[in-house]
Design a protein around this ligand. Structure first.
Ligand SMILES: NC(=O)c1ccc[n+]([C@@H]2O[C@H](COP(=O)([O-])OP(=O)(O)OC[C@H]3O[C@@H](n4cnc5c(N)ncnc54)[C@H](O)[C@@H]3O)[C@@H](O)[C@H]2O)c1
Ligand SMILES: CC(C)[C@H](C(=O)O)[C@@H](O)C(=O)O
Ligand SMILES: [Mg+2]
Length: 347
């Protein structure tokens, strides 16, 4: 039986261009010959915006819908006002394709440096809700430019949206050896949203008696992520808390250059999108300094999502070996790391 992957590729802005090139290099190197890889590149981001004023049109969404999956580098550029591309492209796409499971694994691989004392066991996954919370654009500004300006950014939380992501997180916890799930929220202050999350978390938990649960306020979670990261197995949390704690999770487990993510539509109704957790890093863009590992690991998540478990594991092993060998060696360019990984996955 012939197999194929029809992939939408969105390099985007800044280092997105550099790291996606490496991701594709590794993808081509790892796939068996009988798998036909078709890629179509899209120019979303600052270039498209400056040329046309567009971020993501309905026609673009129609085209993207035809693919099996999407690989994204990063979106956002200092030449475009903050929020225009982030909301107008990235969030619009995540919402349009109902990417409600934003999956962000963190694993401290052997030999990889962490700013934490000792070499703690870090191996957890954050299931970040991806379509609701304070991200929906449910707000506004009045009296702009006056001393009485008012801005609101209302967090939207639906029972439907919470329940589906919470159930997904329980299922992931159930499938892992430690079977632990933590709900991270702020139900001591955000009592409306927080209690809806907590009630649903407890109710869905009745279906998963083997999963051990705990609740933690998000501020305390930031303490434990630093002092006891080994405590975590699966974390489920809302969109904004998930955004913040996954940058922290990246920082403790090898850095933002190795943090991968998947924006998953579990039903398959729309293609899922895989991207590094990091952004376009304008401070290092164009200098060959970006670590492509996060994108390469995102390619592994993409392959696993499409059923290519062996190839996904090969990529993860290659990145792990590459990271372990870095200690004490001079820094390599983005391209050099990509080349080394391509050799490893092919061999
Ligand atoms: N998914 C996305 O497309 C995404 C994610 C985050 C931020 N952004 C956007 O990216 C732009 C820059 O955001 P930011 O500076 O807050 O975050 P950032 O993640 O781009 O950069 C934060 C820091 O991490 C470093 N860094 C990031 N990726 C790296 C890599 N692969 N290797 C080595 N170092 C790396 C950067 O040099 C910088 O010091 C903004 O426009 C923001 O909105 C986009
Ligand atoms: C750029 C921004 C919209 C995005 C988010 O907040 O989700 C980014 O920070 C991320 O973590 O993917
Ligand atoms: Mg973020």
């Amino acid at each position: 039986m012939s197999r194929s992957i029809n992939l939408a590729v969105i390099p985007g802005d800044g280092i997105g261009q550099e790291v996606v090139a490496q991701g594709l290099k590794i993808l081509s190197a790892v796939l068996p010959q009988d798998v036909k890889l078709e890629t179509e590149e899209y120019d979303f981001g600052a270039r498209r915006y400056h040329a046309t004023g567009e971020t993501l049109t309905d026609a673009d969404l129609e085209q993207l819908k035809q693919h099996d999956a999407i690989l994204l580098g990063a979106i956002g550029d200092p030449s475009v006002p903050s929020g225009v591309l982030e909301r107008g492209f990235l969030l619009k796409l995540r919402f349009a394709f109902d990417h409600h499971v934003n999956l962000r694994p963190s694993k401290l691989l052997p030999g990889v440096e962490t700013p934490l004392a000792g070499q703690p066991e870090i191996d957890f996954v954050v299931v970040r809700e991806g379509t609701e919370g304070p991200y929906t654009g449910n707000g506004g500004t009045i009296r702009t430019g006056t001393p009485h300006a008012v801005a609101t950014e209302v967090s939207l939380n639906t029972a439907f949206g919470i329940e589906r992501v919470v159930r997904d997180a329980y299922a992931r916890a159930q499938a892992r050896p430690r079977k632990k799930l933590a709900l991270v929220h702020k139900n001591n202050v955000l009592v409306h949203a927080g209690h809806l999350w907590t009630d649903i978390f407890n109710k869905v938990g009745e279906e998963f008696p083997e999963v051990t649960t705990e609740y933690m306020h998000v501020d305390a979670a930031t303490i434990y992520l630093v002092t006891q990261p080994e405590r975590f197995d699966v974390i489920v949390t809302d969109n904004l808390f998930g955004d913040i704690i996954t940058d922290l999770a990246a920082a403790i487990s090898g850095g933002i250059g190795v943090a991968a993510s998947g924006n998953i539509n579990p039903s398959g109704a729309y293609p899922s999108m895989f991207e590094p957790v990091h952004g376009s890093a304008p401070d290092i863009a164009g200098q060959g300094k970006a670590d492509p590992s996060a994108t390469v690991l995102s390619v592994a998540l993409l392959l696993r999502h499409l059923g290519y478990e062996t190839e996904a594991a090969r990529i993860e092993d290659a990145v792990s070996a590459d990271l372990a060998e870095r200690v004490g060696k001079p820094a390599r360019t983005t391209d050099e790391i990509g080349d080394a990984l391509a050799v490893r996955v092919a061999g």
